[in-house]
Ligand binder design. Structure first.
Ligand code: SF4
Length: 440
């Protein structure tokens, strides 16, 4: 009998990518085979993102393609999981996708085998049920790098954000589970781990006894970083995304642990106190700027990136200028800027008017984009002549590519296939998005 085929489409952040690796594990265990071709699939599953309207619109757009496919293959099952079903409390979003057969938040992933078997008992079996969603080991996309979820959900309720609704409240994995997963990856050749959580540094261990007696930290997230540092075989550790209010002195100190990468991504979102208050970010610009100073005092050459939202409800031109000023003071190495997009169900949707015109949002976005490009180029040029340590993940036509400990993309000529190795490269040329050089 031929194996049923599935096609998995993933939108959104690293957390969704990691969840898709878990979905693959569940479907592989059921004996399904993955296919890159939608037209060949018996099951098409979208792991959705709803952080912005454009992300949701892409999913509605896909439904038109699937309607045509369903006409040709009436047995085709279409499923949507991820953030969209989680936040769709009143079912209005689902009502716009009548052809969808399965619609579930990711925490219900363990039910998927049973639902598929109920749908078509001849094709699918549900014998091998998965356990708790976070206990499903992902089918890692890379041997050398692994995303390890340490926490799901969020308690912060930033007024613009759907995550606390789509993923629920914060839930932390046990130290024992996290370390078992990382040790297992290290035994399989993984050298880099990225710890994932919505506010990853608010991590609180449900099993503090899982920390070693020699662990010097009291803060649970710093203590977890220390434990991961002890795992033989792991060479590089980073995490995303921390919240500024949980950057304690110990978490800052843990940036100096030997295996920690030389990069920190610390979302700021806005540089004006009134906008931050309306966003419910729980810190001031002064606190954020002080944090950056403290971090640079502890680790002077660290690269720092951030996320910014421009055109949030009521943001005046002067308030935006304070974000530009904060950007200059913090001298970020990279930023991901988004134009504010109102999300139904959030506090900002209920309480504020989305009153910054789109053309003005675009202007502010461009201002920050230009500032970022100037800053990145200037900062990258300072790398010329320096040695960087690169984890190589690509090699073709005699060119190896990878990322440095500063999360910069680096290329060098190499006759040898260096994929999976960490090599030293002396930088000879710097552009905005690329450093290049020769092997040391
Ligand atoms: S911290 Fe704020 S922006 Fe981040 S996931 Fe939680 S609610 Fe959303």
């Amino acid at each position: 009998m031929t194996r049923p085929k599935y096609h998995l489409i993933t939108y959104g952040c690293q957390m969704n990518k990691s969840d898709s690796e878990r979905i693959s594990t569940v479907l592989d265990r059921m004996g399904l085979e993955e296919t890159p071709a939608e037209a060949e699939a018996d099951l098409i599953l979208i792991n959705s993102c709803s952080v912005r309207q454009t992300a949701e619109d892409r999913i509605f757009g896909k439904m038109r393609d699937f309607a045509a496919l369903k006409e040709k293959r009436p047995g085709l099952v279409v499923g949507v999981t991820g953030c969209l079903p989680g936040r769709d409390r009143d079912g209005k979003i689902r009502a716009r996708m009548p052809l969808v057969d399965l619609y579930f938040p990711i925490r219900d992933l363990p039910q998927l085998p049973r639902w598929l078997a109920e749908h078509n008992p001849g094709l699918y079996n549900s014998d091998d049920l998965a356990e708790d969603y976070l206990k499903v080991h992902p089918r890692y996309a890379s041997e050398k790098q692994a995303y390890v979820t340490i926490q799901t959900g969020c308690n912060k309720f930033c007024t613009y954000c759907v995550v606390p609704f789509s993923r629920g409240l914060e839930k932390n994995r046990s130290v024992a589970d996290i370390l078992a997963e990382i040790r297992d990856r290290a035994d399989h050749g993984t050298v880099e781990v990225t710890l994932l959580g919505q506010t990853v540094n608010s991590y609180r261990a449900p099993d503090r006894a899982g920390f070693s007696a020699a662990n010097p930290y009291k803060d649970d997230f710093a203590a977890l970083l220390w434990e991961v540092n002890q795992v033989p075989g792991i060479e590089r550790i980073h995490y995303t995304a921390p919240h500024p209010i949980h950057m304690t002195d110990e978490v800052i100190d843990a940036l100096t642990l030997p295996k920690h990468v030389n990069y920190l991504h610390l979302p700021v979102q806005a540089g004006d106190n009134e906008v931050l208050r309306r966003m419910n970010r729980r810190y001031t610009r002064e606190l954020y700027i002080d944090l950056i100073k403290k971090i640079r005092a502890k680790k002077p050459d660290i690269c720092i990136g951030t996320d910014i939202i421009v055109g949030f409800s009521g943001e005046s031109a002067e308030q935006f200028e304070r974000t530009v000023d904060l950007y200059k003071q913090c001298d970020f190495d990279i930023s991901y800027t988004a134009m504010y997009s109102v999300r139904s169900g959030t506090a900002a949707h209920k309480a504020f008017k989305d009153d910054v015109p789109q053309v003005e949002k675009k202007r502010r976005w461009l201002d920050l984009q230009n500032l970022m490009e100037e800053t990145v180029l200037r900062k990258n040029q300072a790398f010329v002549g320096r040695e960087v340590e690169v984890l190589v993940d690509s090699w073709s036509d005699g060119v190896a590519g990878g990322t440095s400990r500063e999360m910069k993309v680096v290329r060098c000529n190499s006759k040898e296939d260096l994929r999976g190795r960490i090599v030293k490269v002396r930088v000879t040329k710097a552009m905005e998005w690329l450093l290049s050089g020769g092997r040391v």
